[in-house]
Design a binder for this molecule. Structure first.
Ligand code: NAD
Length: 338
Protein backbone atom coordinates (compact mmCIF):
# COMPACT_ATOMS: atom_id res chain seq x y z
CA UNK A 1 0.00 0.00 0.00
CA UNK A 2 1.00 3.61 -0.47
CA UNK A 3 2.16 5.25 2.77
CA UNK A 4 0.26 8.30 4.02
CA UNK A 5 2.15 11.57 4.44
CA UNK A 6 0.97 14.51 6.57
CA UNK A 7 2.44 17.91 5.75
CA UNK A 8 3.02 20.18 8.75
CA UNK A 9 2.94 23.84 7.64
CA UNK A 10 1.11 24.79 4.46
CA UNK A 11 3.36 27.59 3.24
CA UNK A 12 4.93 28.16 -0.15
CA UNK A 13 7.06 25.03 -0.29
CA UNK A 14 4.21 22.72 0.68
CA UNK A 15 1.81 24.47 -1.66
CA UNK A 16 4.08 24.85 -4.67
CA UNK A 17 6.21 21.71 -4.48
CA UNK A 18 5.41 19.02 -1.91
CA UNK A 19 1.63 18.86 -2.45
CA UNK A 20 2.01 18.56 -6.24
CA UNK A 21 4.87 16.04 -5.81
CA UNK A 22 2.64 13.86 -3.64
CA UNK A 23 0.26 13.54 -6.60
CA UNK A 24 3.07 11.94 -8.61
CA UNK A 25 4.62 9.63 -6.02
CA UNK A 26 4.35 5.83 -6.38
CA UNK A 27 4.97 4.76 -2.78
CA UNK A 28 3.28 7.51 -0.75
CA UNK A 29 0.50 10.08 -1.07
CA UNK A 30 -0.85 13.10 0.77
CA UNK A 31 -3.03 11.70 3.55
CA UNK A 32 -3.34 14.69 5.88
CA UNK A 33 -2.30 18.22 6.78
CA UNK A 34 -1.47 20.19 9.91
CA UNK A 35 -2.13 23.93 9.85
CA UNK A 36 -3.38 26.60 12.21
CA UNK A 37 -5.48 28.06 9.42
CA UNK A 38 -8.94 26.61 8.94
CA UNK A 39 -9.17 28.24 5.55
CA UNK A 40 -5.99 26.43 4.41
CA UNK A 41 -7.08 23.09 5.86
CA UNK A 42 -10.40 23.32 4.00
CA UNK A 43 -8.70 24.34 0.77
CA UNK A 44 -6.25 21.44 0.95
CA UNK A 45 -9.04 19.05 1.90
CA UNK A 46 -10.92 19.97 -1.26
CA UNK A 47 -7.86 20.01 -3.50
CA UNK A 48 -6.46 16.67 -2.31
CA UNK A 49 -9.68 14.93 -1.38
CA UNK A 50 -8.65 14.50 2.27
CA UNK A 51 -11.03 13.02 4.86
CA UNK A 52 -12.00 15.49 7.59
CA UNK A 53 -10.46 13.15 10.18
CA UNK A 54 -6.99 13.78 8.68
CA UNK A 55 -6.99 17.56 9.16
CA UNK A 56 -5.10 18.75 12.23
CA UNK A 57 -4.05 21.96 13.91
CA UNK A 58 -1.13 22.41 16.29
CA UNK A 59 -3.32 21.66 19.33
CA UNK A 60 -4.67 18.38 17.92
CA UNK A 61 -1.27 17.37 16.46
CA UNK A 62 -0.68 14.63 19.06
CA UNK A 63 -3.92 12.84 18.14
CA UNK A 64 -2.25 11.83 14.85
CA UNK A 65 -0.78 9.00 16.94
CA UNK A 66 -4.09 7.17 16.72
CA UNK A 67 -4.53 7.66 12.97
CA UNK A 68 -3.29 4.63 11.01
CA UNK A 69 -3.71 6.50 7.70
CA UNK A 70 -0.68 8.63 8.52
CA UNK A 71 2.72 6.94 8.37
CA UNK A 72 5.05 9.88 7.75
CA UNK A 73 4.99 13.43 9.13
CA UNK A 74 6.80 16.04 7.01
CA UNK A 75 7.81 19.22 8.92
CA UNK A 76 7.78 22.23 6.56
CA UNK A 77 7.91 25.10 9.07
CA UNK A 78 10.37 27.96 9.68
CA UNK A 79 13.75 26.54 10.75
CA UNK A 80 13.55 27.36 14.46
CA UNK A 81 10.34 25.30 14.75
CA UNK A 82 11.82 22.14 13.20
CA UNK A 83 13.18 20.73 16.46
CA UNK A 84 9.93 21.06 18.41
CA UNK A 85 7.79 19.56 15.66
CA UNK A 86 10.15 16.73 14.75
CA UNK A 87 10.28 15.71 18.42
CA UNK A 88 6.49 15.91 18.70
CA UNK A 89 6.05 13.98 15.44
CA UNK A 90 8.43 11.23 16.62
CA UNK A 91 6.45 10.90 19.85
CA UNK A 92 3.30 10.18 17.84
CA UNK A 93 5.18 7.14 16.51
CA UNK A 94 5.27 8.40 12.92
CA UNK A 95 8.37 8.46 10.72
CA UNK A 96 9.61 11.97 10.09
CA UNK A 97 10.97 14.11 7.27
CA UNK A 98 12.29 17.54 8.24
CA UNK A 99 12.99 20.37 5.83
CA UNK A 100 16.47 21.87 5.46
CA UNK A 101 18.29 23.26 7.31
CA UNK A 102 17.61 20.58 9.92
CA UNK A 103 17.63 23.03 12.84
CA UNK A 104 19.27 26.17 14.17
CA UNK A 105 21.81 24.48 16.48
CA UNK A 106 23.64 21.19 16.84
CA UNK A 107 22.00 20.67 20.22
CA UNK A 108 18.55 20.82 18.58
CA UNK A 109 19.68 18.27 15.98
CA UNK A 110 20.85 15.93 18.74
CA UNK A 111 17.47 16.19 20.46
CA UNK A 112 15.66 15.45 17.21
CA UNK A 113 17.80 12.40 16.46
CA UNK A 114 17.44 11.12 20.02
CA UNK A 115 13.64 11.53 19.96
CA UNK A 116 13.41 9.53 16.72
CA UNK A 117 15.71 6.80 18.09
CA UNK A 118 13.70 6.55 21.30
CA UNK A 119 10.46 6.30 19.33
CA UNK A 120 11.96 3.78 16.90
CA UNK A 121 11.10 5.92 13.86
CA UNK A 122 13.19 6.97 10.86
CA UNK A 123 14.29 10.57 10.29
CA UNK A 124 15.21 12.12 6.96
CA UNK A 125 16.06 15.64 5.77
CA UNK A 126 14.45 17.26 2.69
CA UNK A 127 17.68 17.15 0.67
CA UNK A 128 15.98 16.82 -2.72
CA UNK A 129 19.17 17.28 -4.78
CA UNK A 130 20.42 13.81 -3.80
CA UNK A 131 17.66 12.49 -6.07
CA UNK A 132 18.23 14.85 -9.01
CA UNK A 133 19.98 13.32 -12.07
CA UNK A 134 22.27 16.36 -12.67
CA UNK A 135 23.44 16.50 -9.05
CA UNK A 136 23.85 12.71 -8.97
CA UNK A 137 26.10 13.05 -12.01
CA UNK A 138 28.21 15.65 -10.15
CA UNK A 139 28.58 13.16 -7.27
CA UNK A 140 29.67 10.46 -9.72
CA UNK A 141 32.12 12.68 -11.66
CA UNK A 142 33.71 13.89 -8.42
CA UNK A 143 33.70 10.84 -6.20
CA UNK A 144 34.68 8.41 -8.97
CA UNK A 145 37.39 10.83 -10.20
CA UNK A 146 36.16 10.66 -13.79
CA UNK A 147 38.26 13.77 -14.59
CA UNK A 148 40.95 12.85 -12.09
CA UNK A 149 41.28 14.14 -8.58
CA UNK A 150 39.06 17.12 -7.73
CA UNK A 151 41.12 20.23 -7.02
CA UNK A 152 38.71 23.06 -6.43
CA UNK A 153 35.00 23.72 -6.08
CA UNK A 154 33.23 27.00 -6.52
CA UNK A 155 29.66 27.16 -5.23
CA UNK A 156 27.26 30.07 -5.07
CA UNK A 157 23.62 29.86 -4.02
CA UNK A 158 22.13 33.32 -3.66
CA UNK A 159 18.68 34.84 -4.03
CA UNK A 160 17.44 38.38 -3.71
CA UNK A 161 15.14 38.92 -0.74
CA UNK A 162 13.53 42.32 -0.49
CA UNK A 163 10.44 41.81 1.66
CA UNK A 164 10.10 41.07 5.36
CA UNK A 165 9.46 37.40 6.17
CA UNK A 166 10.65 34.82 8.70
CA UNK A 167 13.85 34.22 6.68
CA UNK A 168 14.98 37.71 7.75
CA UNK A 169 14.21 37.04 11.41
CA UNK A 170 17.28 35.48 13.02
CA UNK A 171 15.19 33.96 15.81
CA UNK A 172 13.05 31.97 13.35
CA UNK A 173 15.60 31.32 10.61
CA UNK A 174 18.70 30.67 12.74
CA UNK A 175 20.75 32.76 10.30
CA UNK A 176 20.57 34.31 6.86
CA UNK A 177 21.49 33.06 3.39
CA UNK A 178 24.00 30.54 4.78
CA UNK A 179 21.21 28.63 6.54
CA UNK A 180 18.68 28.98 3.72
CA UNK A 181 20.84 28.63 0.60
CA UNK A 182 24.43 28.05 1.67
CA UNK A 183 23.46 24.67 3.04
CA UNK A 184 23.27 23.55 -0.61
CA UNK A 185 26.84 24.70 -1.25
CA UNK A 186 28.02 22.85 1.86
CA UNK A 187 26.16 19.75 0.70
CA UNK A 188 27.57 19.99 -2.81
CA UNK A 189 31.18 20.39 -1.65
CA UNK A 190 30.80 17.20 0.39
CA UNK A 191 28.95 15.16 -2.20
CA UNK A 192 31.33 16.09 -5.00
CA UNK A 193 34.51 15.36 -3.02
CA UNK A 194 33.13 12.48 -0.96
CA UNK A 195 35.18 13.98 1.86
CA UNK A 196 34.57 15.85 5.09
CA UNK A 197 36.03 19.32 5.65
CA UNK A 198 38.71 19.74 8.30
CA UNK A 199 38.52 23.53 8.59
CA UNK A 200 36.57 26.58 7.42
CA UNK A 201 37.23 30.29 7.10
CA UNK A 202 34.45 32.82 6.51
CA UNK A 203 33.64 36.49 6.16
CA UNK A 204 30.34 38.31 6.26
CA UNK A 205 29.71 40.64 3.30
CA UNK A 206 29.26 44.29 4.24
CA UNK A 207 25.58 45.17 4.80
CA UNK A 208 24.18 47.38 2.05
CA UNK A 209 20.63 47.24 3.49
CA UNK A 210 21.02 47.27 7.28
CA UNK A 211 17.32 48.05 7.79
CA UNK A 212 16.31 44.79 6.09
CA UNK A 213 19.16 42.63 7.41
CA UNK A 214 18.87 43.54 11.07
CA UNK A 215 19.18 40.07 12.61
CA UNK A 216 20.68 37.93 9.85
CA UNK A 217 23.70 38.33 7.58
CA UNK A 218 23.07 39.85 4.16
CA UNK A 219 25.78 37.73 2.57
CA UNK A 220 28.63 35.44 3.49
CA UNK A 221 31.65 33.95 1.75
CA UNK A 222 33.51 30.97 3.04
CA UNK A 223 36.20 28.47 2.24
CA UNK A 224 36.10 24.80 3.17
CA UNK A 225 39.36 22.94 3.44
CA UNK A 226 39.63 19.15 3.04
CA UNK A 227 42.40 16.92 4.42
CA UNK A 228 43.39 15.97 0.85
CA UNK A 229 44.12 19.63 0.06
CA UNK A 230 40.93 20.18 -1.94
CA UNK A 231 39.25 23.53 -1.40
CA UNK A 232 35.69 24.74 -1.82
CA UNK A 233 35.07 28.47 -2.22
CA UNK A 234 31.46 29.26 -1.46
CA UNK A 235 29.12 32.19 -1.30
CA UNK A 236 25.51 32.93 -0.37
CA UNK A 237 23.74 36.26 -0.42
CA UNK A 238 20.25 37.73 -0.14
CA UNK A 239 21.25 40.72 -2.27
CA UNK A 240 21.99 39.04 -5.59
CA UNK A 241 21.06 35.96 -7.55
CA UNK A 242 23.48 33.08 -8.10
CA UNK A 243 23.14 29.36 -8.67
CA UNK A 244 26.47 27.76 -9.53
CA UNK A 245 28.46 24.63 -8.77
CA UNK A 246 31.78 24.48 -10.67
CA UNK A 247 34.38 21.79 -10.14
CA UNK A 248 37.96 21.82 -11.41
CA UNK A 249 39.75 18.47 -11.49
CA UNK A 250 43.16 17.27 -12.71
CA UNK A 251 42.02 16.48 -16.26
CA UNK A 252 38.96 18.63 -16.80
CA UNK A 253 36.03 20.44 -15.26
CA UNK A 254 32.32 19.97 -14.71
CA UNK A 255 29.63 22.35 -13.61
CA UNK A 256 25.95 22.99 -13.04
CA UNK A 257 24.48 26.40 -13.66
CA UNK A 258 21.82 26.63 -12.40
CA UNK A 259 22.66 23.94 -9.86
CA UNK A 260 20.14 24.01 -7.01
CA UNK A 261 16.79 24.84 -8.62
CA UNK A 262 13.80 22.52 -8.79
CA UNK A 263 14.02 22.38 -12.58
CA UNK A 264 15.86 23.84 -15.54
CA UNK A 265 19.26 22.64 -14.31
CA UNK A 266 22.01 22.77 -16.91
CA UNK A 267 25.23 20.80 -16.78
CA UNK A 268 28.46 21.13 -18.74
CA UNK A 269 31.74 19.29 -18.61
CA UNK A 270 35.04 19.93 -20.38
CA UNK A 271 33.93 17.13 -22.72
CA UNK A 272 30.45 18.44 -23.52
CA UNK A 273 26.98 19.06 -22.15
CA UNK A 274 25.19 16.81 -19.65
CA UNK A 275 21.96 15.34 -20.99
CA UNK A 276 19.49 14.29 -18.32
CA UNK A 277 15.73 14.48 -17.97
CA UNK A 278 14.21 16.97 -15.57
CA UNK A 279 12.39 15.08 -12.85
CA UNK A 280 10.29 16.26 -9.93
CA UNK A 281 13.00 16.02 -7.27
CA UNK A 282 10.58 16.09 -4.37
CA UNK A 283 8.61 13.12 -5.71
CA UNK A 284 11.82 11.10 -6.03
CA UNK A 285 12.90 12.17 -2.53
CA UNK A 286 9.51 11.29 -1.00
CA UNK A 287 9.36 7.91 -2.75
CA UNK A 288 12.87 7.07 -1.61
CA UNK A 289 11.92 7.75 2.00
CA UNK A 290 8.66 5.79 1.69
CA UNK A 291 10.72 2.81 0.47
CA UNK A 292 13.16 3.28 3.39
CA UNK A 293 10.19 3.10 5.78
CA UNK A 294 8.76 0.01 4.07
CA UNK A 295 12.15 -1.71 4.18
CA UNK A 296 13.19 -0.39 7.59
CA UNK A 297 16.46 1.13 6.32
CA UNK A 298 18.03 4.51 7.10
CA UNK A 299 17.61 7.21 4.46
CA UNK A 300 20.75 8.30 2.63
CA UNK A 301 19.73 11.85 3.63
CA UNK A 302 19.49 11.07 7.33
CA UNK A 303 19.13 13.18 10.44
CA UNK A 304 22.85 12.62 11.06
CA UNK A 305 23.62 14.18 7.68
CA UNK A 306 21.43 17.16 8.57
CA UNK A 307 23.27 17.53 11.88
CA UNK A 308 26.67 17.28 10.16
CA UNK A 309 25.74 20.19 7.92
CA UNK A 310 24.45 22.30 10.83
CA UNK A 311 27.75 21.64 12.61
CA UNK A 312 29.66 22.87 9.55
CA UNK A 313 27.45 25.97 9.23
CA UNK A 314 27.93 26.81 12.91
CA UNK A 315 31.72 26.65 12.36
CA UNK A 316 31.33 28.94 9.32
CA UNK A 317 29.44 31.46 11.46
CA UNK A 318 32.03 31.19 14.21
CA UNK A 319 34.82 31.97 11.74
CA UNK A 320 32.90 34.92 10.27
CA UNK A 321 32.21 36.32 13.75
CA UNK A 322 35.93 36.01 14.51
CA UNK A 323 36.82 37.99 11.39
CA UNK A 324 37.87 35.06 9.22
CA UNK A 325 39.85 33.04 11.74
CA UNK A 326 40.43 29.41 10.69
CA UNK A 327 38.01 27.18 12.62
CA UNK A 328 38.79 23.47 12.68
CA UNK A 329 36.18 20.74 12.44
CA UNK A 330 36.23 17.22 13.86
CA UNK A 331 33.66 15.36 11.83
CA UNK A 332 35.08 11.82 12.03
CA UNK A 333 31.78 10.58 13.50
CA UNK A 334 30.14 11.33 10.15
CA UNK A 335 32.62 9.34 8.01
CA UNK A 336 30.03 6.80 6.87
CA UNK A 337 27.57 9.35 5.52
CA UNK A 338 29.24 10.33 2.27
P1 NAD B 1 6.65 29.88 4.12
O1 NAD B 1 6.87 31.15 4.86
O2 NAD B 1 6.07 29.95 2.77
O3 NAD B 1 5.74 28.90 5.00
C1 NAD B 1 5.94 28.70 6.36
C2 NAD B 1 4.70 28.09 6.97
O4 NAD B 1 4.92 27.95 8.37
C3 NAD B 1 3.46 28.97 6.79
O5 NAD B 1 2.37 28.13 6.43
C4 NAD B 1 3.23 29.56 8.16
O6 NAD B 1 1.87 29.78 8.44
C5 NAD B 1 3.79 28.46 9.05
N1 NAD B 1 4.20 28.96 10.38
C6 NAD B 1 3.94 28.37 11.53
N2 NAD B 1 4.45 29.06 12.56
C7 NAD B 1 5.05 30.14 12.04
C8 NAD B 1 5.75 31.23 12.59
N3 NAD B 1 5.94 31.35 13.92
N4 NAD B 1 6.23 32.17 11.77
C9 NAD B 1 6.08 32.05 10.44
N5 NAD B 1 5.43 31.03 9.84
C10 NAD B 1 4.91 30.08 10.64
O7 NAD B 1 8.05 29.10 4.13
P2 NAD B 1 8.52 27.94 3.15
O8 NAD B 1 9.26 28.54 2.02
O9 NAD B 1 7.40 27.02 2.87
O10 NAD B 1 9.64 27.22 4.08
C11 NAD B 1 9.30 26.29 5.08
C12 NAD B 1 10.49 25.34 5.32
O11 NAD B 1 10.77 24.66 4.12
C13 NAD B 1 11.80 26.05 5.72
O12 NAD B 1 12.50 25.25 6.62
C14 NAD B 1 12.56 26.14 4.42
O13 NAD B 1 13.96 26.17 4.58
C15 NAD B 1 12.11 24.86 3.73
N6 NAD B 1 12.18 24.98 2.26
C16 NAD B 1 12.88 24.02 1.60
C17 NAD B 1 12.98 24.10 0.23
C18 NAD B 1 13.71 23.03 -0.52
O14 NAD B 1 13.99 23.23 -1.69
N7 NAD B 1 13.99 21.90 0.09
C19 NAD B 1 12.38 25.16 -0.47
C20 NAD B 1 11.67 26.11 0.25
C21 NAD B 1 11.58 26.01 1.62
Amino acid sequence: RKLGVALVGLGRYSEGQLGPALKETQHCYLAGVVSSSEEKRKRWQAQYDLPGSNLYNYDTFESMAANPAIDIVYVVLPNALHAEYVVRAARTGKHVICEKPMATSVEECQRMIRACQEAGVLLSIGYRLHFDPFNKEMMHLGQDQVFGNVKRIIADDSMTLEKEEWRLDGALAGGGPLMNNGVYCVQAALFVTGELPVAVRAEFSPKTKPDLFRTVEEGIQWEMEFASGKKALCESSYSKDGNLLRVTAERGWFELNPAYEYKGLKGQTSEGPMEFPTIRQQAAQLDDFALCVKRGVTSRVSGEMGMRDVEIMMAIYESARKGGERVTLHLEAYQDLI
